[in-house]
Design a protein around this ligand. Structure first.
Ligand code: NAP
Length: 280
């Protein structure tokens, strides 16, 4: 039987409507600042999409474009001003920063006020998630992925979830969220032995690696929920995920496509975090 295709676009559109109503009900302007350093074309596209989404729900966006040669001090100065600006509720530093700033990227992220850290990457927000405190800001992609999983199955208690990938941005927070849902969680990574067998035990399989079509049909348990976080561009110019969608859709009970799955949810959850930050 062919899997239910989880429609991330539709679920994100629904969430955006809820956020729009929340913005109206707040009765005050909500502001998101986006800092974009350099001229990486993909980052420009991502930022453009985020700004468009803000406009759709009535969030004011403020774009801070900085040159490829911007220094650590210049970026730190912009972040400091935004931290102190009461009209700004969320601050997003678009990553990755240009190569010459890679050594200070983490320290710049950590200089964002935790109450405005809508990417959920500061130690305070990561710590709150780890401790199971619900007043923090949760990274957008794992938050969105959990919403997609729950659209397919509300009660995740006791299920075995396998997350492939252990990044701070995705894999680790995703595992924490699934643990909070009472899943038994396995985190797999590049050193995991016999990855295919590990994946085959998963009721919920989440792939966030960055390797096109790595997850094959014989890695997937019958009836599993499969969430594909990967975004890979093929030589043909087409986007594809980390999962061999055409083969796996005949095994899984539910699966996200790429594009149109996790991607739209990431932006919708950024908006949700910004509105949450405006209530602090
Ligand atoms: P990342 O920091 O590069 O992490 C990749 C993870 O995959 C690492 O933990 C790595 O293991 C693991 N890995 C690499 N090769 C592997 C292999 N052969 N077998 C098993 N594990 C392997 O990437 P990320 O930021 O988490 O992103 C992952 C993917 O998700 C990328 O394609 C990215 O574009 C996509 N993404 C999508 C969205 C969205 O909105 N849809 C958002 C964020 C990211 P080690 O730790 O051992 O090196």
């Amino acid at each position: 039987m062919s899997a239910h295709i989880i429609d991330g676009k539709a679920i994100a559109a629904h969430l955006r409507e809820e956020i729009k109503a929340q913005v109206t009900n707040l009765g005050k302007p909500v502001g998101l600042a986006v800092i974009l350093v350099g001229d990486d074309p993909a980052s420009h596209v991502y930022v453009g999409n985020k700004i468009k989404a803000c406009a759709h729900v009535g969030i004011q966006s403020f774009e801070h474009k900085m040159s490829d040669e911007a220094t650590e001090e210049e970026i730190r100065h912009v972040i400091k001003n935004l931290n102190e600006n009461p009209d700004i509720h969320g601050i997003l530093l678009q990553l990755p920063l240009p190569q010459h700033l890679s050594a200070v990227q983490e320290s710049l992220v950590q200089s964002i006020a935790p109450a405005k850290d809508v990417d959920g990457l500061t130690m305070t927000n990561a710590g709150k998630l780890f401790l199971g405190m619900n007043d923090g800001l949760i990274p957008c992609t794992p938050q969105g992925s959990l919403r997609l999983i729950k659209s397919a199955e509300e009660n995740l208690s006791g299920k075995h979830a396998v997350v492939i990938g252990r990044s701070n941005l995705f894999g680790k927070p995703m595992a924490q969220l699934l643990l909070q849902e009472n899943c038994t969680v396995t985190i797999a990574h590049s050193r995991t032995k016999d990855l295919a067998s590990v994946c085959k035990t998963a009721d919920i399989l989440v792939a966030a690696v960055g390797r096109p079509k790595m997850v094959q049909a014989d890695w997937v348990k019958d009836g599993a929920i499969v969430i594909d976080v990967g975004i890979n561009r093929l030589d043909t110019g087409k986007l594809c995920g980390d999962v061999d969608f055409d083969a796996v859709k005949d095994i899984a009970s539910a699966i996200t496509p790429v594009p149109g799955g996790v991607g739209p949810m990431t932006i919708a959850c950024l908006l949700a975090n910004t509105v949450k930050a405006a209530t602090f």
